[in-house]
Design a protein around this ligand. Structure first.
Ligand SMILES: [Mn+2]
Length: 322
């Protein structure tokens, strides 16, 4: 669903691409790129990665929900191309298994996100996958390694400054999911409808050049029950972390990014890639912070004037001392 003909963004062909002795690997790469292009993937997500990528000690991502139309796969792909980490935790609900059974949504961007994560693993990043309730089928495979990705039930992450964090998806604290699955499925379907409406709004806003804005996140923030739910969820998670004797907890599940201190226990929620497009980062000193990536890099860079190429004619307008 692109509003523009993406060929208008084609970058100029480089000499190396047109040179006749093309290796088989290169040909395969170009074929994959052509497939992604036909699949509607934005040309700007296919070219070389930016030279200056932000380096994190650790990145935490959850609730990506690949396999559903609500997943903001292109924004996530843009984020992944601009951010690297020594360790990446996938904190559950990465591939949406519930919906796989009902209906399956997969496009070039979803595929590219998986490829990008596997690429980071090949380049040396440690990837740890803690399954959630939407990809709970993976919970049968904890302790195994798939293509460089370690699947674990939960993890203890030690930050650079020596603090211990429990890493879990967090549905363990959601009594609705735990005790009445059919009810959760029902809620899931209504939620899917809200997200479809949300996507439709997103396309309209994008057409008018407005940034991503989430209807469901907006509603969730304003509905009293949802606020109460989030608050009691956060308290339950923090309480459990205290009982485990850790310094903090890193989770996802409720699609509400937050870093909050509960009497000395740090509750960190890395958010999601369906509504808020957020990730949790740990830097070299062990400091934790939230990153929001709701705008494509090319829009942000244009807004900041960072990649505007210097116009040579401009020099003529600058008065010189000589
Ligand atoms: Mn979940």
């Amino acid at each position: 669903m692109t509003l523009f003909d993406t060929t208008m963004f084609d970058r100029p062909r480089q000499a190396s691409e047109t040179a006749p002795p093309q290796s088989a690997k290169k040909a395969r790469k170009e074929a994959a790129r052509a497939r992604a292009r036909r699949g509607g993937l934005d040309e700007r997500l296919l070219g070389p990665r930016p030279r200056h990528r932000k380096q994190h000690r650790t990145l935490f991502l959850s609730d990506i929900h690949l396999g559903t139309p609500g997943c903001k796969a292109e924004l996530l792909l843009d984020f992944l191309r601009h951010n690297d980490a020594d360790t990446i935790y996938l904190v559950g609900d990465i591939i949406d298994g519930w919906r796989i059974k009902r209906s399956w949504y997969w496009n070039a961007a979803h595929n590219a996100v998986v490829q990008e994560l596997l690429r980071k693993s090949r380049k040396g990043a440690t990837i740890i996958y803690v399954p959630g309730n939407h990809d709970e089928a993976l919970r049968d495979y904890t302790g195994l390694n798939f293509g460089g990705v370690d699947v674990v039930g939960e993890a203890i992450h030690e930050t650079a400054d020596g603090r211990q964090f429990l890493v879990i998806h967090g549905d363990q604290f959601d009594s609705v999911v735990k005790y009445a699955k059919w009810l959760a499925h029902l809620g899931d379907r209504a939620y899917g409808m809200a997200l479809a409406l949300n996507n439709w709004l997103h396309e309209i806003r994008r057409f008018f050049g407005l940034s991503y804005w989430s209807l469901s996140a907006y509603l969730k923030n304003r509905v009293k029950n949802a606020v109460e739910y989030i608050s009691s969820y956060e308290h339950a998670v923090a309480r459990s972390a205290r009982e485990r004797g850790v310094d903090g907890v890193i989770c996802g599940h409720i699609h509400h990014a937050e870093i909050r201190d509960f009497d000395g226990v740090l509750y960190c929620n890395d958010g999601d890639w369906v509504e808020s497009c957020t990730a949790l980062s740990e830097d070299e000193t062990g400091a934790l912070s939230l990153i929001t990536w709701q705008t494509f890099s090319w829009d942000t860079e244009l807004a900041n004037g960072e990649t505007e190429p210097a116009d040579e004619d401009d020099a003529l307008l600058v008065p010189t001392a000589a």
